[in-house]
Write a protein that binds this ligand. Structure first.
Ligand code: ATP
Ligand code: MG
Length: 425
């Protein structure tokens, strides 16, 4: 055992897994461009206060999952557990919200002190999409259609869309009272967390991950009958659009999400292909959050998807990695050959159609170098030995096509290799 250790729940993502990530990230970036979302990059650290005030004091995240520390000035900072709070903070501090609308997205690592297990990590990655200044339900629908298109582009099936409306905070007060009443009657069977939440935030109980709580949760009152008329109309319009677009969904009246800032629409894409950690993408409307953080009331809605779970699902569905393997491997035989080999590799990366080239470095005989060429995944090897050095030529050897190797003038190598690659496709 070495004396440097990785941190529990924080993974290194190595090749070839990283190539799978790269492909998924490419597809996501393309999707966001096709919907006109602008990228925003925000810090990983924010003042602790921001998360307390946005996510809510009585949530799993704030109560026990945050990585919080004092900086050298004694200011309490927290590694972001999610991105919405930071995006809203950035929109406020950069003055983006004065009667403006923004479709924004960001991505990167998030941090939660959770019990590490498959699909649940302490550092994980999200892509987070936020539409600020839009009252909906049109934008709510577009955000969901966007995810549908993403699954299609990634070839992912077996995801179920669950949908609910939480109404406005005012309308929710009545529902909270009914929940409190219901759970009080079952107080003896509540776990410790739930009992603590009974007074301050009974909706949190619905989001309990404890299997023993599921039966009680299943019998709880449903929010539907407490919805205010505007929220009900908003929700009906969203459902109607989804019906018209042919998007299947399941109404789940106990879907409340783990953060306090949601109002009206909430949704979650879930799968049973990943074991117990089945939520892949979750989102909803947070009309109150901007105002809660001290800026003028601004309606907003967004979603976040978990990259670890999405990449895993993509791989399970036979998703292909990004094209990162070299197309050409340049072999240099003998001490005098490597400078010419490096320059030839450079030339192959020039031009209107640059190739992915791995130039052999570190010496070694023909056999050893050809073994590396094979293992690299390249379709073609280009070989420079003493004869080729003298004659200004190079040997082009197809590795995956049943074709003879050929000796060519070095200037002709690029075109010949390109033709071979075309044929090998
Ligand atoms: P869960 O119900 O699995 O705890 P959540 O409701 O806490 O998820 P959100 O805060 O909505 O999750 O985050 C959005 C997405 O981020 C989730 O759907 C999931 O895919 C992913 N995610 C959340 N927490 C983790 C984690 N600890 N490790 C890996 N992915 C995570
Ligand atoms: Mg969680």
């Amino acid at each position: 055992m070495s004396d440097v250790q990785a941190i529990r729940g924080m993974a290194d993502i190595l090749h070839p897994q990283s190539a799978l990530w790269a492909r998924v990230e490419q597809v996501i970036r393309g999707l966001l461009e096709h919907y006109g979302y602008q990228e925003i990059r925000i810090p990983i650290v924010e003042r602790t206060e921001l998360f307390r005030r946005s996510i809510g004091e009585v949530t799993d995240i704030v109560e026990k999952e945050m990585y919080t520390f004092d900086d050298r000035n004694g200011v309490s900072l927290t590694l972001r557990p999610e991105a919405t709070a930071g995006v809203v903070r950035a929109a406020i501090t950069n003055g983006l919200l004065h009667n403006q609308r923004h479709r924004l997205w960001t991505s990167g690592p998030m941090f939660r002190y959770e019990k590490p297990q498959k699909g649940r990590y302490r550092q994980f990655h999200q892509v987070s999409v936020e539409a600020l200044g839009y009252p909906g339900p049109d934008i709510d629908a577009e955000l969901i259609l966007m995810t549908v298109r993403l699954w299609r582009r990634l070839g992912i099936e077996d995801l179920e869309l669950q949908l609910n409306s939480l109404g406005t905070p005012q309308a929710r007060a009545g529902y909270m009272a009914a929940l409190r009443e219901y759970f009080s009657r079952h107080e003896a069977s509540l776990d410790e967390d739930s009992r603590r939440r009974l007074d301050r935030n009974p909706m949190r109980i619905l989001d309990s991950k404890n299997p023993q709580m599921q039966e009680i949760v299943a019998g709880a009152p449903e929010i539907r009958s407490w919805l205010d008329p505007e929220s009900a109309a908003h929700f009906a319009a969203l459902c109607a659009l989804l019906d018209e677009a042919g998007v299947a969904y399941r109404l789940n009246s106990r879907l409340v999400r783990g953060l306090d800032y949601y109002s009206r629409t909430v949704f979650e894409w879930v799968t049973d292909r990943l074991g117990t950690q089945g939520a892949v993408c979750s989102g909803g409307r947070y009309d109150g959050l901007v105002g809660q953080l001290g800026a003028p009331q601004t309606p907003a809605v967004g979603w976040a998807l978990g990259m670890e779970r999405l990449v895993e699902l993509y791989g399970l569905g036979g998703g292909q990695p990004a094209d990162v393997a070299p197309q050409v491997y340049v072999v240099a035989i003998g001490d005098a050959a490597w400078p010419s080999a490096l320059l030839l590799a450079e030339a192959l990366r020039d031009g209107p159609r640059p190739l992915r080239v791995e130039a052999h470095c570190g010496g070694g005989g023909l056999k050893a170098q050809m073994r590396r060429a094979d293992r690299s995944g390249a379709a073609v090897a280009v070989i420079l030995g003493e004869d080729e050095l003298a004659s200004g030529q190079a040997v082009v050897k197809p590795l995956r096509l049943d074709r003879e190797q050929q000796s060519l003038p070095r200037e002709a190598v690029a075109a010949h290799v390109a033709a071979l690659l075309e044929e090998a496709r």
